[in-house]
Ligand binder design. Structure first.
Ligand SMILES: C[S@@+](CC[C@H](N)C(=O)[O-])C[C@H]1O[C@@H](n2cnc3c(N)ncnc32)[C@H](O)[C@@H]1O
Length: 299
């Protein structure tokens, strides 16, 4: 799967450029595991996996103010919750979806922020490149229906189903797991119907390889051009490399994404904006400056 310039950071400081010449495929580890201790001693179902618990704060629905008997505003503290995820702690690049990446928390924060405002009520949410399913589970707290998708590779869809069971108490929405491969747009009847019904699309950290990015942008273009109007929220982490060519640090995968986006938005009726990250952090992670969030809406 890695394309001619696949990128992956193995720590905050080092980013490797992987080229499709004959070289052993590198094992990669998500940066987040080293930043906080999410470890548990719970035995995983699949050998070689680990089970982590990711804490987050779940505020009450502030759009519906509660009053006590004296008619005073009742301000309840947010509830401490955890998402329990079985996952790999290192993988080859082709199976990075078996790990949890930082963008999942950023979209998770955004969904909680929108959810408490009531903005996800009655919505159908489609996740692309869902990985372990973490972000879809947060969507499932607030939405009417969630379709959690990824490529059917390396047992990823079974892992999402397993994690869905671990978190079934949190999930209130109708929840469906399905295969959606960015390189195959011959969608099943069921998936096509779900996509037509989709209001919100979410995608976390799917820009890390030029080939995957190109297929992702083409998929987004087709989905956004399917009636009715839809909004995509996508989080990505700019991964910098120093190149002799530029004599500087550049984020080539991000640049690829920007130029592809520029091409497809021309002539479309989309509104495209980079969002400011001024909503609260409900998850426990480092919201590093390399994290960016894009919002793209079709009219
Ligand atoms: C870095 S992981 C991010 C996973 C998850 N969203 C997260 O943030 O933890 C990239 C995701 O893109 C998915 N992906 C890669 N190629 C894909 C393709 N052709 N079609 C659909 N998903 C793909 C991977 O399986 C993986 O789940």
């Amino acid at each position: 799967m890695p394309g001619p310039s696949s990128l992956i950071s193995v720590s905050n400081k080092f980013t490797f450029v992987l080229r499709a010449v004959k070289m052993p495929e590198l094992t990669v580890t998500s940066e987040i595991y080293g930043e906080y201790n999410y470890n548990t001693k719970i035995t995983p179902l699949i050998e070689g996996n680990v089970i982590s618990e990711f804490p987050f704060l779940l505020p009450k629905n502030y759009h519906k103010p509660q009053y006590d008997d004296d008619e005073d505003l009742d301000i309840e503290r947010p509830k401490k919750e955890v998402i329990k995820i079985e996952h790999s702690s290192k993988t080859k690049l082709a199976l990075v979806g078996l790990q949890v990446w930082r963008g999942a928390f950023l979209i998770g924060d955004l969904l909680i922020y929108l959810g408490v405002k009531g903005a996800l009520k009655e919505k159908t949410i489609l996740e692309l490149g869902a990985g372990t399913g973490l972000t879809s589970f947060i969507a499932g707290i607030y939405a009417k229906k969630v379709i959690c998708t990824d490529i059917n590779l390396g047992g990823i869809l079974d892992l999402i189903k397993l994690n869905t069971k671990y978190n079934e108490k949190l999930i209130k929405a109708e929840f469906r797991v399905d295969a959606l491969d960015f390189t195959n747009m011959a969608w099943s009847q069921q998936l096509s119907k779900d996509i037509r019904d989709t209001d919100i699309i979410i995608a976390a950290d799917v820009v890390y390889d030029d080939d995957v990015t190109a297929a992702f942008v083409a998929t987004v273009q087709k989905i956004l051009n399917t009636n009715s109007p839809k909004t995509l929220y996508m989080a990505l982490e700019k991964r910098y490399v120093f190149t002799i060519e530029h004599m500087d640090s550049v984020a080539p995968c991000y640049e690829t994404f920007l130029s592809l986006l520029d091409k497809v938005k021309n002539g479309s009726n989309w509104t495209v904006e980079q969002m400011t990250l001024d909503f609260p952090e409900y998850f426990t992670y480092d919201r590093v400056k390399e994290l960016v969030l894009w919002k793209i809406s079709s009219a």
